[in-house]
Write a protein that binds this ligand. Structure first.
Ligand SMILES: NC(=O)c1ccc[n+]([C@@H]2O[C@H](COP(=O)([O-])OP(=O)(O)OC[C@H]3O[C@@H](n4cnc5c(N)ncnc54)[C@H](OP(=O)(O)O)[C@@H]3O)[C@@H](O)[C@H]2O)c1
Length: 424
């Protein structure tokens, strides 16, 4: 007879409910794969009087899970950062394996948890791109490789909004309300559209790929809120699509990490990832480019990843949380934001009078920036023109200085806007 493995689920919301249902509905295949019966012994929630779609014992007292010696695995699906971290810590201190889908908590505390866990398994496949097994790919499948680069569409909501703006000519606000109507965006979608959610995920992937312990404030994170139809037209004109990308690149012993809207060549595979889908390209030094595509969020896709961790833990196959022994991996450091290099697209709104372009060109030349493409368009605003251009490769430092100086010109009518261009 198969043994029982008991789990406690903290948080029975969208993901927790899906985990419980899939464990019941796909019970046979899951126990055949795990070699044990997975029993949900208890679920913990805040509000016991809320109607639930699950049939398991529920409590509003988390300690019941920690004190129950029969519970082998704790699954944290409540969200938040510090409270969730305290709970994850408590699970490990009580010698229970831990599974979490909480990318926000891991963005800050993954190294703290790894230290506390020692040989207690931690699964977090669900924290990045739910349905795509990218954590296992980086930890195990690509284990022989130095990861040269990783580029990912890591947030489905923002990808949906950009797809609507590009394909349906919707403006940002209309595309966002449609995403909310369809249930893709939260009531408060700020973390999706300001790039922070994708930033959390990139930091987790960077730990697996490079062993880099960076926090959100250490890297460039920008969202899609300021993109407009001029940017989309310019991108289209020069053969680009615009995607919110998480980018990691290794050069020597340095790694650059950044999340921002990016113009990428329309022919790249990742440019074809549309709607709410997620996609990641990973380049290993031995394997070359590998691509991963699938649903990034949603109850069932995320629960599918949680359950894959349950199976792995039961089989005793789990490896070190972040995939690295403490030694002798060559230490890599995070590249400073200012020294990151890119091509840039710049959008300006300026008074339409002689000499303005010359002033802008002179500031750019002073900062050693040269222009590779240029478009001037009429503006609805009287006596003004939209000036759109792309630059050859330069540094964040040079572009920041250039924008600061351009902003000071009397002829500039609006905050300049930049989008980075990935030409490789
Ligand atoms: N939804 C997705 O598609 C998705 C995808 C990837 C990752 N995730 C991550 O998965 C986690 C859960 O997301 P979700 O969408 O399932 O959230 P959710 O629907 O808001 O559910 C959260 C659950 O946690 C419970 N909870 C919150 N604070 C608690 C506390 N202090 N003590 C006990 N229970 C508490 C809530 O209880 P009540 O029901 O009583 O309010 C609710 O059952 C988050 O970390 C999220 O980032 C979600």
């Amino acid at each position: 007879m198969m043994k029982n493995i008991n789990i406690g689920v903290i948080g029975v919301g969208v993901v927790g409910t899906s985990v419980i249902k899939i464990l019941q509905e796909n019970k046979e295949i899951i126990s055949a794969r795990a070699g044990a019966n997975v029993v949900v012994k208890k679920g913990v929630i805040r509000n016991l009087s809320k109607a639930r779609d699950v049939n398991i014992p529920l409590s509003d007292n988390i300690d019941e899970i920690f004190k129950d010696d029969e519970i082998d695995i704790v699954i944290e699906l409540m969200g938040g950062v510090e409270e969730a971290y305290e709970i994850a810590k408590k699970a490990l201190q009580n010698k229970k394996a831990l599974i979490t889908a909480n990318k926000a908590m891991l963005a800050y505390h993954r190294y703290d948890l790894q230290k506390i866990a020692k040989d207690i398994p931690i699964g977090f496949e669900a924290s990045v791109c739910g349905g795509i097994p990218i954590i296992k790919a980086l930890k195990d499948g690509l284990g022989a490789n130095h990861i040269l680069a990783l580029k990912g569409i890591l947030n489905g909501t923002s990808n949906y909004i950009l797809t609507q703006m590009i394909q349906e000519n919707q403006d940002f606000n209309d595309a966002l309300s449609q995403a909310q109507k369809l249930g893709y965006a939260e009531a408060d979608p700020s973390l999706d559209i300001n790039g922070i959610d994708a930033g959390h995920k990139l930091l987790i992937l960077a730990s697996l790929a490079y062993g880099i312990d960076a926090k959100p404030q250490d890297i460039i994170i920008e969202g899609i809120e300021s993109i407009n139809s001029d940017d989309i037209e310019f991108a289209n004109e020069f053969g680009y699509s615009i995607k919110l990308l998480g980018i990691a690149k290794k050069e020597g012993n340095e790694v650059e990490l950044r999340v921002h809207p990016t113009m990428i060549n329309k022919n790249q595979m990742i440019a074809k990832v549309e709607g709410v889908m997620n996609g990641i390209s990973v380049i290993g030094d031995r394997v070359g480019e590998t691509l991963y595509y699938g649903a990034g969020a949603g109850g069932d896709a995320t629960a599918s990843a949680v359950i894959s961790d349950i199976i792995e833990i039961i089989r005793g196959k789990s490896s070190l949380m972040l995939g690295f022994e403490n030694s002798p991996h060559t230490p890599l450091s995070l590249k400073s934001k200012d020294s990151i290099k890119s091509h840039y697209y710049i959008r300006l709104l300026a008074i339409d009078k002689p000499g303005v372009l010359a002033q802008i060109a002179s500031i750019m030349s002073k900062n050693n920036i040269s222009i590779s493409a240029f478009l001037q368009k009429e503006s609805k605003q009287k006596n003004s023109a939209k000036i759109l251009f792309a630059t050859h490769v330069t540094t964040e430092y040079a572009i920041k200085n250039t924008i600061t100086e351009i902003k000071k010109l009397d002829s500039i009518l609006q905050e300049p806007y930049i989008i980075r261009i990935e030409d490789e």
